[in-house]
Design a protein around this ligand. Structure first.
Ligand code: FES
Length: 278
């Protein structure tokens, strides 16, 4: 385990962490073999799941954080796609699942099971039929100064506020890699808030040109993920203070136990999704 912790040894440089590299080349090919998690579940809407995720590159986290496919509406507001709700039979019982096979022709099965870990499986917003407009909303204590200036609590994230994404920086690491925002999703009137992060980057834009999954799940360089660390469920951040000593200043860093994720490396992860409470 200890060799997974980031340190000053330059471990980061051993990692294939670039969008468009070998990591992504495999995505299209393996996507088609996605396990049909609905039929291999151990409980209601849980079981083996293959999720697309931002890669975990250091620290104790067991895998990456699941991506949320996005869409920009006609007025320029960002929203996360929620899969289609259907009824399936599981162990002789009819249950609802939210699932889209071959998402926009990418070969990937996108299912709400991607988000069923760390207790999120019991959140109202993760229930297949929870009603939401699915927009990404800026919270009361956003992760970046630009966001506190541009938005009030409850505002939707808008593309115009990311127009400087090719130059933006927050004084942590390099500028110009991509602009980040924090927010919530599918959490209207809910007790538990689903934390998300969005990054707009030229790297994503570039990689999406010839990758079927990224083409389907990102738009104009925008990419989003469920921002719950897969280790012990803290909320990490892209370009966060204090991450430089762990070589994570240009990555997503979890300060609880120093897990690091690369938002520009989208990989397939296999895990056992927790069943939703009945
Ligand atoms: S590294 Fe432990 S919760 Fe994130």
């Amino acid at each position: 385990m200890s060799d997974k912790y980031p340190d000053d040894s330059g471990r980061r440089r051993f990692v294939k962490g670039v969008v468009g590299g070998a990591t992504l080349a495999g995505v299209g090919a393996t996507g088609a073999t996605a396990i049909n998690s609905a039929t291999s579940s151990s409980g209601a809407g849980g079981g083996s799941t293959q999720a697309m995720a931002i890669e975990n590159i250091a620290g104790p986290a067991p895998r990456g954080m699941p991506q949320i496919p996005i869409e920009i509406d006609d007025e320029g507001y960002l929203k996360g796609i929620w899969p289609e709700v259907k009824t399936i039979e599981q162990n002789g019982v009819k249950i609802k699942v939210a699932e889209l096979e071959d998402y926009k022709g990418s070969g990937v099965t996108y299912t709400s099971e991607w988000f069923q870990y760390c207790g999120v499986e019991s959140y109202a917003g993760i229930q297949p039929e929870y009603e939401s407009d699915n927009y990404f909303i800026s919270g009361s204590n956003p992760g970046y100064t630009w966001q506190s200036e541009a938005y009030s609590e409850g505002d939707r994230l808008h593309v115009d506020d990311f127009s400087d994404y090719k130059d933006w920086g927050n004084g942590v690491g390099k500028s110009g890699l991509g602009k980040g925002a924090t927010g919530r999703w599918r959490s209207e009137d809910a007790e538990d808030t689903i934390p998300i992060q969005v990054v707009r980057s030229e790297k994503i834009e570039e990689a999406a040109k010839d990758d079927p999954w990224l083409k389907a799940s990102t738009q104009d360089g925008f990419m989003a993920w469920l921002n719950k660390c897969t280790h012990f469920c803290c909320v990490p951040k892209y370009k966060t203070d204090g991450s430089a000593k762990f070589n994570a200043e240009d990555d997503v860093y979890c300060q609880c136990h120093q897990s690091v994720y690369d938002p520009f490396s989208i990989v397939q992860t296999l895990f056992v999704a927790r069943p939703r409470p009945q």
